[in-house]
Design a protein around this ligand. Structure first.
Ligand code: SDX
Length: 431
């Protein structure tokens, strides 16, 4: 069950000849943290931690990661079990509400989501104003931000509930319309007779001339991908959503910022870079050994994209599920995947290479996800949009948790100033 942080010990800080006792707090999985919330008031000191690698920004009861052991739980449930047995909408309810839904709750939630998938007709003109070659990530970020211009009600518990439904329901439509706009095809409207993943696939690949027939294997693979991407505690984009929301900006604006943060190649943009890396290796006819050698060379910009993680110093459990799913989906679709073969060869070499072993670099969620997206027909520049579609429920859950924390404050880190000390202005003609 959920529990608050516990304070059962202290640590001593000795600074400038004085001693200070700082509380040590403990989470429900026994991880411990030094509570420095009163540090500056007590000692005049701040902490310095570029990239926040050693800093807990909040307490959270949503997702637990043990990076050393490669463990990932959503509200206590192992990701492996949810990926195999749950659905994205059920997992979204779990992340947002904290418990798995009853049959009545799940059916009601599914019905509500299904009935809110349409976009206001004005969005046809909104998309039309954007260049066709625009990357779908800024298109989706802009469209989600623009939703707040259509829904301007004051922020209440009910309006926040409606916003949550609209974001989960409309994002697949936004994503599919961004794709249709980029290829100059007419928008396909949502179909209330289809489930969540199938409705998205239909909007992506049907045309007014021909209905796309949803393969149940593809729909299930897509739903599992959404579950695997749903949340991941305080990653870059989730921290962005929390930071923007901490100023009391609305949920649309906070999510729009999160989409933009996810786009970066070191974060959610890595899945697109992995496929581009695999395709480039194939096109060059380069051996996996030669590429790994380049990825290790500090003077070479090549990186083994999809490898390494700030938190996982073991195999990302999502990558394990995805690796198996790659084989299953490729076989079920009766296709082959040169990219999968190259990816597996790269993994085999890297996991036995001292450079990667020493730095504890393992495949992360992005290493295999692109192979599946490609196998089910998702265009490469849509891969990170798929990541955002899954992460939508986690972003929402984290934003809600932050806003509902009675002690929440606007995010405002400090700094260590390294610029010029005080100096007087000199008029331009005297410089
Ligand atoms: C996601 O935070 C999350 O939870 C994110 C995420 C989520 O679900 O939200 O899990 C999703 O963003 C996964 C990560 C996707 N990014 C990539 O796959 C890009 C490739 N990986 C890296 O660039 C890197 O590993 C990061 C950005 C993921 C982590 O960066 P860190 O923690 O700052 O680690 P680092 O860059 O300091 O690397 C440590 C060392 C360095 O070598 P040295 O300076 O010690 O010699 O490892 C090297 C790095 O050069 N290194 C790599 C490498 N990743 C790290 N070398 C080659 N190939 C790589 N992929």
């Amino acid at each position: 069950m959920k529990s608050d942080i516990m304070t059962d010990q202290t640590s001593k800080l000795i600074h400038d000849g004085s001693e200070y006792e700082l509380p040590v707090v403990r989470g429900s999985e026994n991880e411990t943290a030094l509570d420095i919330s009163k540090l500056r008031a007590k000692t005049g000191l701040i902490t310095y931690d570029p990239g926040y690698a050693n800093t807990g920004s909040c307490k959270s009861a949503i997702t637990f990661i043990n990076g050393e052991e490669g463990i990932l739980h959503y509200r206590g449930y192992p990701i492996e079990q949810l990926a195999e047995r749950s659905t994205f909408l059920e997992t979204s309810w779990l992340l947002i509400h904290g418990e798995l839904p009853t049959r009545e709750e799940l059916d009601g939630f599914t019905e509500t989501i299904t009935r809110h998938t349409m976009l206001h007709e004005n969005f046809r003109g909104f998309f039309g104003a954007l260049p066709k070659n625009a990357h779908p990530m800024p298109v989706t970020a802009a469209t989600v931000g623009a939703l707040s211009t259509f829904y301007q009600e004051a922020e209440t518990e009910e309006s926040i509930r409606q916003t949550i439904v609209r974001l989960l329901a409309k994002f697949p439509t936004i994503a599919a319309w961004a794709y249709k706009h980029s290829i100059g095809q007419p928008f396909i409207y949502p179909n209330n007779n289809l489930d969540y993943p199938s409705n998205f696939l239909n909007m992506m690949f049907s045309t007014p001339c021909e209905d796309y027939e949803v393969d149940p294997v593809v729909a299930r693979a897509l739903d599992m991908l959404l579950i695997l991407h749903a949340d991941h505690e305080q990653n870059c984009s989730t921290s962005t959503v929390r930071m923007v929301g901490s100023s009391q900006a609305n949920l649309y604006a906070s999510i729009s910022a999160g989409i933009s943060a996810l786009w970066g190649r070191l974060h959610g943009g890595a899945n697109q870079k992995v496929i581009e890396m695999l395709d480039a290796i194939a096109e060059r006819g380069e051996s996996a050994e030669d590429f790994v050698a380049r990825a290790k060379d500090r003077d070479n910009p090549a990186r083994l994209m999809g490898f390494g993680h700030r938190v996982y110093k073991n195999y990302d459990p999502r990558a394990k599920v995805l690796k198996q799913a790659c084989t299953d989906v490729v076989e079920a679709l009766g296709s082959s995947s040169q990219q999968l073969e190259i990816a597996m060869k790269l993994e085999e070499i890297a996991l036995n290479d001292e450079f990667f072993i020493e730095r504890r670099l393992f495949p992360n969620v992005d290493f295999y996800s692109g192979v599946i997206y490609k196998a089910i027909g998702i265009p490469v520049n849509m891969f990170t949009v798929m990541f955002a579609m899954g992460r939508m429920s986690g972003w929402i859950a984290q934003w809600l948790e932050m806003r509902r924390d009675p002690n929440f404050r606007i995010g405002r880190p400090r700094q260590v100033y390294t610029g010029p000390t005080r100096r007087d202005y000199v008029p331009v003609d005297q410089r």
